[in-house]
Design a protein around this ligand. Structure first.
Ligand code: PMP
Length: 431
């Protein structure tokens, strides 16, 4: 691996940007370009990208269809998304409304997932005239003032202060906590009892917000049906269900287009939020809600950049590509093979506690074999070793970031999955 000699960008980054703008790796990487499932750094090293899919590049790096749509739109007009009719915004909203599963859906575009959740919270609290929110332990919903105050892991709240009153519910993490050893059925019963218990003390929450698979929290999911069971309880109190699909949307989990569909027996969520990959790197976030909820605001709310014609053009081209090439099916097939392969590898490595996942959203939880405790140092060592081998992966999992996170672009091929698994095997064995 060649190091970018005389690349002083890191020093300049440190000098001018906030200390808390964390970067991966002892020697951070400057990515200069990408193609398909690969990226290159400033020193010319090529990496197989097993994490870009969750960050931004849902489909593929430099996807020609998206590049063309963006440059054509940019060449025509980059204008405000509001005040004047905006054709790409209407078209993308129509398509997302139809895909969302929410009846009589309205779509509001933002520029990030944080802003999408912030809007969802504003809608829910206004609709229910309550600033109390139910959120999941170990959850992550963004870094604005409102979203850190519903983010279950307080380590991700930079100030600890909170404008909302939040009650945290069990259920997001399957293999740790008081209900870890239970069967799926008993686990759901215990979580529902926990929710009922919370509501015994207060009946006023506006909404429950949850990620169907917790992303930053370490790619951990409850048994299918948990949120459907919660829904029965919520409905009795008129409490809304917000599904944060920022990481789980657009077919990433393989079996479903949205994560909520694994919990859909009692209907879709009232509000759904999305972001990250839909623009294939362009900044699109958004909220889908039933019309009566979306229109409850007494405001002429506008966003200068949310729904910008250029990002919408990217979203339309990317969504078309994703659907036409059945990338959800690809996530199911290639992700299924990759999970199997990683499970086989993990079975021979003492520090691997669990390989879990759905489609192309795969977590490898690491422990210190002698104690069974979280192993953040091992996770960092594996990240570094994988990089040396030419593979980029992510990490997550709460305070003790000891879960390796794998979320490649959804167009990953079987050969690339095998290549990445082989590099990861070396990295895990050596760490
Ligand atoms: N919700 C979830 C589930 C996320 O994973 C994230 C980002 N990691 C966000 C919201 C916030 O999105 P953004 O970074 O685009 O503001």
């Amino acid at each position: 691996m060649t190091r970018p000699l005389a690349n002083d960008l890191y020093g300049r980054h440190r000098a001018v940007l906030p200390d808390w703008l964390a970067l991966y790796y002892d020697e951070p990487i400057e990515i200069t370009h990408g193609e398909g499932r690969h990226v290159w750094d400033a020193a010319g090293n090529r990496y197989l990208d097993f994490f870009g899919g969750i960050l931004t590049t849902m489909t593929a790096h430099a996807l020609p269809e998206v590049t063309k749509a963006v440059s054509e739109q940019a060449g025509r007009i980059i204008h405000s998304s509001t005040l004047y009719l905006n054709r790409p915004m209407v078209e993308l909203a129509e398509r997302i409304a139809a895909l969302s599963g929410i009846p009589d859906a309205r779509v509001f575009f933002t520029t990030s997932g944080t802003e999408a959740n912030d809007t969802a919270l504003m809608l829910a609290t206004a609709y229910r005239a309550s600033n109390q929110i139910l959120a999941m332990r170990n959850s992550y919903h963004g870094r604005s003032f409102s979203t850190v105050s519903i983010t279950g892991n307080r380590g991700w709240s930079p100030t600890g202060l909170s404008p909302l009153q939040t009650l945290y519910v069990h259920g997001g993490v399957r293999n740790r906590g008081p209900y870890a050893g239970l069967t799926d059925e008993r686990f759901i019963e215990a979580c529902v009892a926990d929710l009922e218990d919370l509501l015994g003390h207060t009946r006023t929450p506006a909404a429950l917000i949850a990620e169907p698979v917790q992303g930053v929290g370490g790619f951990t999911a409850p048994p299918d049906g948990l949120y459907a069971a919660f829904r029965e309880v919520l409905d009795r109190h008129g409490i809304l269900w917000i599904s944060d699909e920022v990481q789980t949307g657009w077919g990433r989990t393989g079996e479903h287009f949205w994560g909520w569909q694994a919990h859909g027996e009692n209907g879709p969520p009232d509000i759904l939020t999305f972001a990250k990959g839909i623009g294939n790197g362009m900044s699109i976030g958004g909220v889908v809600a039933r019309a009566d909820i979306m229109n409850c605001l007494d405001a002429n709310s506008i966003s200068t950049f949310g729904g910008s014609p250029v990002t919408m053009a990217a979203g339309l081209a990317n969504l078309s590509y994703l659907l036409e090439h059945d990338l959800q099916g690809n996530a199911r097939r290639v992700g299924g093979l990759l999970i199997e392969r990683l499970r086989a590898i993990g079975a021979g490595v003492d520090s691997v506690r669990e390989v879990r996942g759905r489609g192309l959203m795969i977590g490898i939880e690491l422990i210190k074999p002698s104690t069974g405790q979280a192993a953040p140092e091992t996770a960092s060592a594996v990240l570094e070793a994988a990089r040396e081998g030419g593979l980029l992966i992510g990490k997550g999992g709460g305070h003790n970031t000891s879960v390796l996170r794998i979320a490649p672009p959804l167009s990953l091929t079987v050969a690339e999955a095998e290549e990445g698994a082989a590099i990861l095997e070396q990295a895990l064995r050596g760490a």
